[in-house]
Write a protein that binds this ligand. Structure first.
Ligand code: MG
Length: 161
């Protein structure tokens, strides 16, 4: 088997006054994702998609949220570590495709920077990273601006046996 696909999902509550960091990019907004680390919900979903594709478990196993070492952690650093573990397991990263479900903020002005930021964490070209923005049409916690959800898929290719 030379190709593997992985799926990642994450949700964070939105909290007033928290920094809004998505895909490693600081976004101007009144609210930001709450969490133990920098709460970068997009990078967390990507991290889980990569771990899933490589059958290496999940983000919580690699970086327990009970560990004070990861309090306020920069999720870019966690993603880089996981990309290294995926490569060490004999996999190259082919592409990433993520859907960010958020009523606000609007992602369009930040998408190009997010793709570049994600690509540089993974050591791949930004042309292999896609970020899509969706609203939830006003429905449920996402529609009420109480949460941001991200779904992501990652494709890996065998580099060694
Ligand atoms: Mg998370």
């Amino acid at each position: 088997m030379t190709m593997r696909i992985g799926q990642g999902y994450d949700i964070h509550r939105m909290e007033e006054g928290r920094p809004c960091v998505l895909g490693g990019i600081r976004i101007e907004h009144t609210h930001g994702p709450a969490g133990h680390s920098d709460a970068d919900v997009l990078l967390h979903a990507i991290t889980d998609a990569l771990l899933g594709a490589a059958a290496l478990g999940d983000i919580g196993e690699h970086f327990p949220d009970t560990d004070p070492e990861f309090k306020g952690a920069d999720s870019r650093e966690l993603l880089k570590i996981v990309a290294g573990r995926v490569r060490d397991a004999g996999w190259g990263i082919v592409n990433i495709d993520a859907s960010v479900l958020a009523e606000a903020p609007k992602l369009k002005p930040y998408k190009a920077a997010m793709r570049q930021s994600i690509a540089s964490c993974l050591g791949i070209s930004a042309s292999n990273v896609n970020v899509k923005g969706k609203t939830n049409e006003g429905m449920d916690a996402v529609g009420e601006r109480k949460a941001i959800v991200v779904h992501c898929v990652a494709l890996l290719q065998r580099t060694s046996s």
